[in-house]
Design a binder for this molecule. Structure first.
Ligand code: ZN
Length: 166
């Protein structure tokens, strides 16, 4: 039931709760601090790595698990750190994938048929990405991949089948 805004009421008749923190805050660097390292600085180092054509992962000192992209706590043992940065080898395999035959976004988003895949880095982390430079129908789980970094230094990474002649 709709009611008029009045004393003690919010103007929003459906009572939508507004989060204390917005996604835009993250872009401004208003994020939590872990072990004295601002989260924004960690994200920046991660993105700078992609711009420099490196996959930078962090490894948990407590349990040894690597993660990509960096989070504020270890997804395995939940330790808040410390973490050590490493440069991943770039070697990866297809952990899972599906082929999309419908375009949900205009270019430059991938156009059908395109592949959305879970790719497993040799160091262990898995990420959701696209597999490019391949006929999607020839791909198989476990296929070896190599990274394809974003054009013009864009901080993104996709993967393509690894070939000996490249
Ligand atoms: Zn851990």
């Amino acid at each position: 039931m709709r009611t008029a805004a009045g004393p003690g009421r919010v103007a929003d008749p459906v009572g939508v709760r507004v989060p204390d923190r917005h996604l835009g805050d993250l872009r401004e660097g208003v994020v939590s601090t872990v072990n004295g390292e601002p989260g924004a600085e960690r994200v920046r180092h991660h993105l700078d790595g992609l711009r420099e054509r490196e996959i930078r992962i962090i490894r948990c000192a407590a349990c040894g698990r690597a993660q990509f992209p960096p989070r504020s706590a270890c997804p395995s043992c939940h330790a808040p750190g410390p973490f050590a940065w490493e440069r991943a080898s770039g070697q990866a395999t297809i952990w899972s994938f599906c082929v999309f035959h419908k375009a949900y976004l205009p270019p430059p988003a991938p156009q059908p048929p395109y592949t959305v895949a879970v790719v497993e880095l040799a160091e262990g982390p898995r990420l959701v990405t696209n597999i490019v430079d391949a006929d999607p129908h020839t791909l198989r789980i476990g296929d070896a991949l190599e990274p394809v970094f974003g054009p013009g230094g864009a901080p993104e990474v996709r993967f393509r089948p690894r070939r000996a002649d490249r």
